[in-house]
Design a protein around this ligand. Structure first.
Ligand code: SAM
Length: 318
């Protein structure tokens, strides 16, 4: 990933990401800038609220005001946000259905000297939302890209969960089909990291049930309607959370599931379980592949898995 200055480049600076000389237009360097001042050409990735309209930074507002256009998923949603802040910048649509057609047009506008802001319906663009391919293409074309960080449901849920925040893995949305969902969960079961999952409220009871079965006894938290009027945090074991939501039925609103890392003792696979995993993997492929797969799925140190795999392959198995 290319690196660029964390602050928006000022007039006539050489941007690290592009190596090009940027045009002489004032940068969004203060919240008091006027709408008349234009932005440096580029793609501006702007985080927007996930519920509370007040959760938007001064820099985000100024950028949205001064951009030549705002690319958004749903013009009704973004128009509401802009109206709340008195912003009249024209909107263009960029969503999963029109992205292949809209992307070259947005890139052409930026290449021609315009500043285009990208927002999603809520939160941080690219986080389970459109934008990744646009950024990749902009980077490939040497166009300037700026991030304006802000709300993200995954991080808000992690902050409130009370679960370890030093190491976490964001899984986005899990597959809708139970078999595929359990497969993904099994892949990450051995990781010593807090897991963060986006889920529809409708599937919450089933997904919590699959988590309890696949990940074993662990604590978790369900964060619902974050930053909104009916914000709610429920904490408990995965089993208990699954049982509660099964009994009460799916809740209303938007939810994030946060799952604690495996407890020290639970993470330590018994020798038998490790052997079983290795034997299954050895039956499918080479020793090298088996070690790689089992080390990844169990989170056990590679040298340990390798030593055990060698013993099994030699038939000593003691
Ligand atoms: N880009 C967004 C972000 O930065 O969080 C996420 C967009 S994704 C399409 C929508 C999912 O995010 C929802 O299904 C839910 O899992 C989660 N989400 C968004 N807003 C939320 C909120 N206020 N409370 C709880 N979960 C939320």
């Amino acid at each position: 990933m290319s690196v660029k200055s964390r602050s928006t480049p000022s007039s006539s600076t050489r941007t690290e990401s592009t190596g090009r000389t940027a045009r002489s237009k004032p940068a969004p360097d203060s919240a008091s800038g006027t709408a008349a001042r234009r932005l440096e050409p580029g793609l501006y990735l702007v985080a927007t609220p996930i519920g509370n309209l007040g959760d938007i930074t001064l820099r985000a507002l100024e950028t949205l005001r001064r951009a030549d256009a705002i690319a958004c998923e749903d013009s009704r949603v973004t128009a509401k946000l802009l109206a709340a802040h008195g912003i009249a910048t024209p909107l263009i649509l960029y969503h999963e259905h029109n992205a292949p057609r809209a992307r070259p047009k947005i890139l052409a506008r930026i290449a021609a000297g315009e500043a285009v802001a990208l927002v999603s319906d809520a939160g941080t663009p690219l986080v389970s939302d459109p934008g990744y391919k646009l950024v990749t293409a902009a980077v490939a074309q040497g166009l300037a890209v700026h991030a304006l960080p802000g709300p993200c449901a995954a991080l808000a849920a992690l902050m409130l969960s009370g679960l370890p925040s030093d190491r976490f893995l964001f899984l986005g949305f899990l597959p809708v089909k139970a078999t595929a969902r359990r497969r993904v969960l099994a892949e990450v079961a051995g990781l010593r990291a807090t897991l963060i999952v986006y889920e529809s409220a409708r599937r919450l009871p089933a997904t919590l049930g699959d988590m309890a079965e696949t990940l074993g006894p662990r604590h978790g938290a369900v964060a619902r309607e974050l930053t909104k009027l009916h914000e709610e945090l429920r904490r408990g074991t995965l089993d208990a959370l699954a049982a509660d939501y099964r009994a009460a039925g799916p809740p209303k609103g938007e939810v994030v599931i946060v799952v604690a890392p495996p407890a020290e003792d639970a993470a330590a696979l018994s020798a038998d379980a490790l052997d079983a995993a290795l034997q299954a993997a050895l039956a499918r492929g080479t020793l090298r592949d088996a070690v790689q797969e089992v080390a990844r799925t169990t989170g056990r140190p590679r040298h340990e898995v390798y030593a055990r795999a060698l013993a099994l392959a030699r038939g000593s198995g003691e």
